[in-house]
Design a protein around this ligand. Sequence first.
Ligand code: HSE
Length: 342
Amino acid sequence: MKLVLMGFGNVGQGFVQILHDKAAALQQEQGFRAVIVGVATRSGGTLWHPDGLEPAALLAAARSGGWQHYPEQPGLRRDLSPLALIQHSGAEALLEASPTRLDDAQPALDYCLAAFAAGMHVILANKGPVALAYPRLLAAARAAGRDLRFEATVMAGTPCLTLAREALAGCTLYEARGILNGTTNYMLTQMSAGATYEAALAEAQRLGYAETDPTADVDGYDAAGKLLILAAALYGVSLRLSDLSVAGIRGLTPADLAAARQAGECYKLIARITPQGGSVGPQRLPLTHPLAAVHGSTNAITFTTDLMGEITLVGAGAGGTQTGFALLSDLLALQRRHGRQG
Ligand code: HSE
């Protein structure tokens, strides 16, 4: 399957590392072989080769500081704009893994629309376009007869959307509620053990959990963006950030956390969505509450349904490998649906 990858940060590199490490197993066990024909980053430009770029060389070039370190070879082009790369790539799918913007979702939204217009499937790790423009993306996908997938946007590779949309299809989902931001859950875990806010945030950034601008994480907007995605994908409801009540963890002090601990409680950043609306905010939970045991960058979501009661999924919520895996799982789903020719 020929692919174009937009963005080469933690997620893009995580994905390419998986392709590199598991190429033989994916081919043998899944009959899957990916060929990355194009890559683009906002600051570093693009690379395109119709026969495919070498994963190990892409990773080495990124670690050395940019595409100028990718080895020269006949047929390699470095001069395409991101849009021209999408339009002329000859790829079957666009993977959008550039930094999320929750104000206008650009330029990723235009890239996704261009990919559909060029007859490609679109798979997103970037939350912006799905959170802000899901109906537009879906209409473009349907007009092109191509697929729109975005498992990576909520709980990384933990199959939250697949569970809700496929395994639980036929149930009415009344509510989704849980811990949907890895950075803040990691920070709260570290701070409860005595770390300062600043040290905990720096470590979350170093580990690749935080957004490029971590303001969205600590102020609750990353989790809120995920609620917009859940509202659109599960309920068919288009909400805006301003429709949600959003608070983050910035105001929590070590004294607040200590007071909670003394009372046998802990703070968690809880996100909740129903077809009527939603909220994100810190809550004190008793240590006996199941969500109190969800530590570090792990996330959890509980779906309340009519036929199955409550179903809870717990797993990785952030990280390059874990989110890169979500891109792979969407690609494998595409292959199952369309066969090897995409
Ligand atoms: N910054 C996000 C988080 C990444 O910490 O959850 C995964 O969406």
